[in-house]
Design a protein around this ligand. Structure first.
Ligand code: GLC
Length: 769
C-alpha cells in the first residue's frame, strides 16, 4: 500500500494483483470507510510493485501496469507495460467534492463501448447514457427505464485494451458515460468516499475474471435447479399445485421446480403456512418429491405488524427491526399491509432470520425466493390502491409509478418512493439508509444462504433474489423482476441478461412468457425457445393473468414447448460444466459477442449471444416473423438442426418457422448432452452424448453428485474432450484431468452431423470421421 497526495486529499493505493489496483481517496484528509459489502480485503495479499518519484509524478510499476500519479495538477494515468495509455483522469478532475457528493471524471479515450452496470434496460452499449444505482421496484420495463432492482457500480470498457472500473460505494450514485460531453465520463456518489478498483484485461474475459476474483464467484448450483421451474402468482391451493405437477408428469414434459408465491402464507406473514389453502403442506412437499419436484417458496423481508404473530413479537422483543434516527421502528406498507423490516446489517438479525428457515428445510424445501428486497415499500395510498386494483378489479398490471419527465425528477421519485431516508442500520457500524439501501437485498440473501448452510450442511440450496449488489452471485441466482408479456420485453431480456452476465452474475433469467398482462401463443413459444438458453429457466406470471403453463396455448404450442424443454434437459451436462467455469473463473454462460470474438462487427449485434463457447443463439423477437437476419462472426458455423456449413463474417438470412429458434454451432464444438428425463435424477445418465461439429475444439466436462458440497473436498471429475484433424480426418481425444467421483457414464456416443460412434469412457484418441 502507498499513500500519495491528490489535490488536497490523500490517496491510498493498494495493489491487489498486478492487474487490479485499488484507489481509495480520503474525504477531508481522513478515511472513515473501513468496510466493504462485497470485497473481502483480508483475502488478498498485496503484490510487489516498484515505486519511483520525481518532481512531476509518482510512478508505480507492476508486472502488467505502469501507473503514474502526476502532482501538479493531480492526475492519474495508467499505461500497459508497452507504453499504451489505458485510462486517464480528465484534467485534474479525478476527485471533485461538491457538498456531500463526490465526482470522479475520466477522459474518453480509446473505449468503443461501456458494458456491464448490472441489470439494465436499453441498449447493450451504454456509451452516451446515464445510469443510476438505486435498487428500485420498477414494474414498468419500457425501453431505457432505469434503474431496476439491482446496483452493480461496475462497468467494462471495451477496446483493444479492455478494462473495468468497480466503484465500491453502496450509496446512491450514478454514472454519466458521455451523456454530458463526448470528452469525458464520470461517476458521482452521495455521502460516500471515493473508493474504486481499476481492473485490467486486456481481453474482456480477463476483465470479468479479475472483477469476480475481487467480488466473488458462484457456487455449483444444485443440478435440479438447471431444469425447468414453473411458477405463477399464485398456485394458491394444494389442489392447484398437485394438478400442475400431475399434468407435467402425465404429458411427459420435464420440470424440476414448482413455486409457491405469497398466497401460501397466512395473510402474507413470512414463515407461516395458510392451512386453509394448504392443510397438508408437509405431505404435499413429500408427495411432490416422489414425483421428482422440488418446491421453491417465496420469502419477503416485510414483517406484518400483528401482536399475535410470533415473528413480529420476537423481532420486537429482541430489537431486530430497522429504526429511524429517533429510535422509533420504521413502518412501511408491503403485501401484508403495515410492515416492519428486519435490519439485516446486524449479525444477530441475519442469524435469527436464517434459523427461521429450519422448519421448511426440515420438511424438504431446498429452494428460497427472496423478493421485494430492494426493499420495496409502498406508500399507504399505493398499498390500498394496489389492493383495489388487483383483488377487486382484477387488474393485470399496475399503473406506472415512475413517470418522470427528466433525470432529476426520476432520482427524486425513486428515492421518495422506495424508502425512508431517515432509517439507520447496523450496530457496530451505523449506516444511514442511503448507504445501506443498495445492499439490503444482498444482506438478506446472504442471511438466507448462511442460514441454510447452518441447518442443512450436506445440501446445496437454490436461492433466487430480485434485489442485489455486486457480489450477489456468491449467494444466489437472479431474475430480473416484473417484465411484461410483450415482444419488447422478450427483446430487452436478451440485452439485459448479457450486461448482467458481464457484471459477474452467471445464474440469471427473466420471467419466461412475461409477468404482467396476458401472454399470447406465439410470444409464449418464442420465449420458451429463448428461455432454454437462460441459465435460470423459469416460467412465471402475475395475478389475474391467463394461464401460462406449457400446455396453456393449445396443442401445437405444447408440442413445440415440449421439444425445447427436452432440449434444455439434454443440454444440462453442457450447462453444468459451464457453471464450473463460472465458479472457477467467473466467466458467464450468456456471452456477448465481445467475450468470444475479436472481429470489428461484434458490437453491432446485441440481439444474438453465445451460450457458452459453442452455441450461437439468434432469438426471434418480432411477431409473425418466420425468418430473421443474423450475423455470424468470423470462422465456420454449422446449423444446429441440419449441420449445414456457413462461412462467418457476414449477415445472413435464416429461416425461423414457429418451431425453430435459429441456433448455430461454432466449428470445433463439443457439446455434452444427456438423454431426456422428466426431472434431474430420474434416470441414471449412463450415456454421455457428444454433439461434435467439424473443426478443432476443446471442452472441459465437469461432473459431481449434483447436490452435496462434497465437490469442495475434491469429489468431482474433470474430463477434457478435444477434437483435432489429422490427414483430413477428425479425431476425438479424451483425457482425465481430475478423478474424484465415480462417474455414472458407461458409454460415450459421439454424434457428428453425419455419423454416430460409440466408445467406452477411457483415455485416448479416437477416429470419428
Ligand atoms: C413481485 C415479484 C413477483 C411476484 C409478486 C407477488 O411483484 O416480482 O415475481 O409474483 O411480487 O409475490
Amino acid at each position: 500500500m502507498e499513500i500519495v497526495e491528490y489535490n488536497n486529499e490523500l490517496l491510498k493505493i493498494e495493489f491487489i494483483t498486478s492487474k487490479i489496483v485499488r484507489f481509495h481517496f480520503s474525504k477531508d484528509r481522513i478515511w472513515k470507510k473501513n468496510y466493504s459489502f462485497c470485497v473481502n480485503l483480508e483475502k488478498f495479499k498485496e503484490v510487489d510493485c516498484e515505486h519511483r518519484e520525481d518532481n512531476r509524478a509518482h510512478y508505480f510499476l507492476t508486472s502488467d501496469l505502469d501507473i503514474r500519479i502526476y502532482k501538479n495538477p493531480s492526475k492519474i494515468q495508467i499505461y500497459d507495460r508497452k507504453g499504451n495509455l489505458i485510462i486517464s483522469d480528465y484534467r485534474d478532475l479525478g476527485y471533485v467534492k461538491k457538498g456531500n457528493g463526490i465526482y470522479s471524471y475520466k477522459e474518453m479515450g480509446r473505449e468503443k463501448a461501456f458494458l456491464g452496470f448490472g441489470e439494465r434496460l436499453g441498449a447493450l452499449n451504454k456509451k452516451g447514457k446515464r445510469i443510476i444505482n438505486w435498487n428500485t421496484d420498477e414494474p414498468n420495463h419500457e425501453f431505457e427505464r432505469d434503474p431496476l432492482y439491482q446496483s452493480h457500480p461496475f462497468f467494462l470498457a471495451y477496446s483493444d485494451l479492455s478494462y473495468g472500473l468497480f466503484y465500491d460505494s453502496t450509496a446512491f450514485s450514478y454514472f454519466d458515460m458521455g451523456f454530458e460531453s463526448k470528452n469525458y465520463y464520470y461517476f458521482f456518489n452521495q455521502d460516500d468516499e471515493l473508493d474504486y478498483y481499476f481492473i485490467f484485461g486486456p481481453s474482456p474475459k480477463e476483465v470479468i475474471e479479475n472483477y469476480t476474483y475481487l467480488t466473488g464467484r458462484c457456487y455449483m448450483p444444485p443440478l435440479w435447479s438447471l431444469g425447468l421451474h414453473q411458477s405463477r402468482w399464485s398456485y394458491d391451493s394444494e389442489d392447484k399445485v398437485y394438478k400442475i405437477a400431475e399434468l407435467f408428469r402425465k404429458k411427459n414434459i420435464p420440470c424440476d421446480a414448482l413455486y409457491l408465491d405469497i398466497d401460501y402464507m397466512e395473510g402474507y406473514r413470512v414463515f407461516t403456512v395458510n392451512r386453509k389453502r394448504f392443510p397438508n403442506f408437509e405431505k404435499m412437499i413429500g408427495d411432490l418429491k416422489k414425483l421428482g419436484f422440488k418446491v421453491v417458496i417465496i420469502v419477503d423481508p416485510g414483517i406484518k405488524i400483528d401482536k399475535k404473530y410470533k415473528i413480529y413479537i420476537e423481532g420486537l422483543k429482541e430489537g431486530l427491526f430497522c429504526k429511524k434516527k429517533t429510535g422509533e421502528i420504521f413502518v412501511g406498507y408491503v403485501w401484508p399491509g403495515k410492515t416492519v423490516f428486519p435490519d439485516f446489517f446486524k449479525e444477530k438479525v441475519r442469524k435469527w432470520w436464517g434459523e427461521k428457515h429450519k422448519w421448511f428445510i426440515d420438511n424438504g424445501i431446498y429452494g428460497f425466493w427472496n423478493d421485494m428486497n430492494e426493499p420495496s415499500n409502498f406508500s399507504k395510498f399505493d398499498y390500498y390502491m394496489m389492493k383495489l386494483l388487483f383483488h377487486v378489479l382484477h387488474f393485470k398490471e399496475p399503473p406506472d409509478p415512475f413517470k418522470a419527465k427528466n433525470f432529476e425528477e426520476r432520482i427524486k421519485q425513486i428515492k421518495e418512493k422506495t424508502l425512508h431516508q431517515d432509517v439507520i442500520h447496523g450496530d457496530d457500524e451505523i449506516f444511514i439508509h442511503n448507504k445501506a439501501h443498495n445492499v439490503y437485498g444482498l444482506m438478506m440473501t446472504k442471511s438466507t444462504f448462511e442460514g441454510f448452510r447452518e441447518i442443512k450442511k450436506e445440501v446445496r440450496p437454490f436461492i433466487l433474489s430480485r434485489a442485489g449488489f455486486s457480489g450477489i452471485q456468491k449467494y444466489s441466482a437472479v431474475w430480473c423482476g416484473d417484465n411484461k408479456s410483450t415482444w419488447e420485453n422478450l427483446y430487452s431480456s436478451i440485452v439485459t441478461l448479457q450486461n448482467l452476465s458481464i457484471s459477474g452474475v452467471p445464474f440469471v433469467g427473466e420471467d419466461v412468457g412475461g409477468f404482467w398482462r396476458d401472454c399470447e401463443k406465439e410470444l409464449f413459444i418464442r420465449w420458451i425457445q429463448l428461455g432454454v438458453f437462460y441459465p435460470f429457466f423459469r416460467i412465471h406470471t402475475a395475478k389475474n393473468t391467463r394461464d401460462q403453463e406449457p400446455w396453456s396455448f393449445g396443442e401445437e404450442i405444447e408440442k413445440i414447448a415440449k421439444e425445447y424443454i427436452n432440449l434444455r434437459y439434454q443440454l444440462i451436462p453442457y450447462i453444468y460444466s459451464l457453471f464450473y467455469e463460472a465458479k472457477e473463473k467467473g466467466i458467464p454462460l450468456i456471452r456477448s459477442f465481445i467475450l468470444e470474438f475479436q472481429d470489428e462487427e461484434v458490437l453491432s449485434h446485441e440481439d444474438e449471444f453465445m451460450f457458452g463457447p459453442f452455441i450461437l443463439v439468434a432469438p426471434v423477437y418480432l411477431r409473425d416473423k418466420r425468418e430473421r437476419d443474423m450475423y455470424l462472426p468470423k470462422g465456420f458455423w454449422f446449423d444446429f438442426y441440419t449441420g449445414k456449413r456457413y462461412r462467418g463474417g457476414s449477415i445472413i438470412k435464416v429461416l425461423a418457422p414457429l418451431n425453430r429458434i435459429p441456433l448455430f454451432l461454432r466449428e470445433g464444438s463439443i457439446i455434452p448432452m444427456w438423454d431426456v428425463q422428466n426431472y434431474v435424477g430420474e434416470k441414471k445418465q449412463e450415456n454421455l452424448y457428444l454433439k461434435i461439429a467439424p473443426g478443432e475444439g476443446r471442452f472441459l466436462y465437469y461432473e459431481d453428485d449434483g447436490i452435496s458440497w462434497n465437490y469442495e473436498n475434491g469429489e468431482f471429475n474433470l474430463i477434457e474432450f478435444y477434437t483435432f484433424m489429422k490427414d483430413g480426418n477428425q479425431y476425438l481425444g479424451i483425457k482425465f484431468l481430475k478423478k474424484g467421483y465415480e462417474s455414472p457414464i458407461k458409454k460415450i456416443i459421439v454424434k457428428t452431423f453425419k455419423n454416430d460412434f460409440n466408445f467406452e469412457l477411457k483415455e485416448g484418441e479416437f477416429l470419428i470421421t
